[in-house]
Structure formats: C-alpha cells, structure tokens
Design a protein around this ligand. Structure first.
Ligand code: SF4
Length: 153
C-alpha cells in the first residue's frame, strides 16, 4: 500500500478522471479551468473558491482586462508531471515548499471543487488546503515567502 497524506488520501492515487490536477496552473495550459478569484479584502490577497469550475475560455479571461488573468483568477489544469519544473520523480516540490515555508491562513479547508483530484491535497493533505488561499499565480508585489516558495530548486 502506498503512503497516505494526513487526510488519508493515497499519494499518487489516480483521480476520478485519471489525472491529478495542478491547482496553480497557467491559463495557457490545456483543459484549464478557473477555480477561484483573487480577493483583496484582507491585507494580503486571498482566493475565493468558486462553487463550480469555469472553463478558462478567451471570453472569460478577457473579463480580467486590462489586468493579467493570472492576477485575477486561480486556475487548475491536468498536472504536467515530468513536464513541469516543480515536479521531481513522483512529487510536486512546489506543494512541499508551500507546506514547509508558508503559514496556515485558514483553520478549516476551503470549499474547493477540485479537492478529490488536487495534486497538492493528494500529496500534502489538509496542510496544503490551509495555505492554498494565499497563493496567487501572478502578483506584482509578492512577499519574500512567496518568492522563495515559487522558486524552482
Ligand atoms: S490545495 Fe486544497 S484548497 Fe487548494 S486547490 Fe487543492 S484541494 Fe483546493
């Protein structure tokens, strides 16, 4: 039996659709969906997760204009695994760094639609979800911690 995260999910387990989803995808990626919207209610940006996934169509992405879509939305797409600089053997090193470096920003797991298929949750469990709302795909003024976490290495 394989290793399990702290929520009892098998690490590397196949998702219902066969591929785990990256919860920090780029809008250019294939089969990309919007999973949340960046809010600025708190001192730092936070993600408000959508009740249902929205396909990242050109029309929806254009709603962010004149801002970059990555500053307004969070995206998911099938994990590129070996095609991603953050992937190392069977694990997402970005998810590991997020859990090791960033503080929890919520006590309970956010109401997120992709959890059964999320690579970060499959790998790191609840700890990933407690840190996930502070992850913004692109920000013009990232904290030092966010810069450190997003660095490949
Ligand atoms: S880490 Fe948790 S909250 Fe973030 S996208 Fe994955 S399942 Fe959703």
């Amino acid at each position: 039996m394989g290793r399990r995260n702290d929520s009892g999910t098998s690490i590397g387990k196949e998702s219902p659709t066969g591929l785990l989803l990256c919860p920090s995808a780029r809008p250019q990626m294939s089969r990309c969906s919007i999973i949340g919207v960046v809010t600025h209610i708190e001192a730092e940006p936070r993600i408000a997760y959508l009740d249902s996934l929205q396909p990242a169509t050109p029309e929806v992405l254009a709603l962010a204009s004149p801002a970059r879509a990555e500053t307004v939305f969070r995206f998911s797409a099938p994990c590129a695994e070996g095609g991603c600089a953050h992937f190392d053997h069977s694990a997402c090193r970005l998810a590991s760094r997020i859990v090791q470096t960033l503080p929890s920003v919520v006590d309970d797991m956010p109401p997120c639609r992709i959890r059964p298929e999320c690579r970060w949750f499959a790998q790191e469990g609840k700890a990933a979800c407690q840190r996930c709302p502070q992850i913004v795909t692109h920000t013009s003024n990232p904290s030092l911690d966010l810069v450190t976490v997003s660095s490949v290495g």
